[in-house]
Design a protein. Structure first.
Ligand SMILES: [Zn+2]
Length: 361
């Protein structure tokens, strides 16, 4: 297996959000940890392109693009674009590069130049809607990557696994009626933005290709892994993705300042190993990871390093953290949750057949 490619641009630091938790400090902390832990030496670092307008227009509305570009040009430091999202003059180029990294990564994976890749980009993307920004996100990077794989490279089936602590509502929205993308989201329940119900399984031709796993506060390593093994792995066996993209947010870490979940850096390593096992099984080991949230800068740096370390070592290691213990939870409720999701999820039913037009001829 080749060493992972890391996509990074200094333009990501120029997306100036003032004192907001989604800050350039997040990336600085990760970069510092990659240097000091010696991981950096093993990574091929790529400077992403600015995404082309025609690719952006495949997802985002022209009116939104015009408004966003004008807003960034006029914005002083830290002006609010919506109730949670801040943009500055550097945000336009940062967003074009973040989306460009998603597309570049997909191209490199699918042309066999690398097997795994990590996009160390901001602004994040999974809340962004076709017609507006949302939740610190400007362009939906992971959705643009999936659309590129489907429409430019010609894949038939892409899986997006979103382990950010918030529901990936933007990504779900884009592909809700689309059988070509199997979208999975783990998220804290209850939590902003309030979407991501178990019963939301897709609609029309996309019925059965959307899996939400809302988890109670405090759930961590054991519970994420168990839902991966009992729900996500069998669904992927049925769907057989040709590429796996991960919306890799790290705010489900127990130390995070915006959420109350219980993952540790070791848990993120184990989840990465589980993803790679599926990628090896279904798509020649091809998996791309895109940074979403994660707001405790040390927990974020530890967890991203744990992910990248697992991509290099091909197996999860234990990571000692000095961030206090993860919370204790009652695991009993998990059985009932798994049972409930299994009952409503079409991909987990024995007689569910994939749509004819997503099968390879
Ligand atoms: Zn999040």
């Amino acid at each position: 297996m080749s060493e992972p490619w890391l996509y990074y641009s200094d333009s990501f630091l120029a997306h100036d959000t003032g004192g907001h938790p989604e800050s350039p400090e997040r990336l600085r902390s990760i970069l510092k940890q990659l240097e000091t832990s010696d991981l950096r030496r093993h990574l091929t670092v790529k400077n992403p392109r600015l995404i082309e307008r025609d690719l952006l227009l495949r997802l985002h509305e022209p009116r939104y693009l015009a408004e966003l570009e004008a807003f960034c040009a006029q914005a002083g430091s830290g002006r609010r674009l919506d109730e949670d999202t801040i943009a500055s003059p550097g945000s336009w180029a940062a967003a074009l590069n973040a989306a460009g990294a998603a597309v570049d990564m997909t191209e490199a994976l699918l042309s066999d130049r690398c097997d795994t890749a990590f996009s160390l980009a901001r602004p994040p993307g999974h809340h962004a809607m076709p017609q507006h920004s949302m939740g610190f996100c400007l362009f939906n990077n992971v959705a643009l990557a999936a659309l590129y794989a489907l429409e430019r490279v010609g894949l038939k089936r892409v899986a997006i696994l979103d382990w950010d602590a918030h529901h990936g509502n933007g990504t779900e929205h884009v592909f809700y009626r689309d059988p070509r993308v199997f979208f999975v989201s783990w998220h804290q329940d209850p939590n902003w933005p309030g979407t991501g119900l178990i019963e939301d399984i897709g609609e029309g031709p996309g019925m059965g290709y959307n899996l939400n796993i809302p988890l109670p506060v405090g759930y961590g390593d054991a519970e994420f892994l168990r839902t991966f093994e009992t729900l996500v792995a069998p669904a992927l066996d049925k769907f057989q993705p040709e590429l796996i993209l991960v919306s890799a947010g790290y705010d489900a870490h127990h130390a995070d300042i915006l959420t109350q979940m219980g993952l540790t850096a070791t848990g993120f390593a184990q989840l990465t190993e589980a993803v790679m096992k599926q990628a090896g099984r279904h798509c020649r080991g091809k998996a791309g990871f895109l940074l979403e949230g994660g707001y405790h800068v040390q927990a974020l740096a530890n967890s991203v390093s744990a992910t990248i370390d697992t991509l290099l070592e091909e197996q999860a290691r234990r990571f000692a953290e000095s961030l206090g213990p993860a919370p204790e939870v009652d695991p009993l409720a998990l059985d009932a949750l798994i049972e409930k999701i299994s009952a409503v999820q079409p991909l987990l039913q024995r007689d569910f057949k994939l749509a004819a037009d997503i099968l390879v001829d």
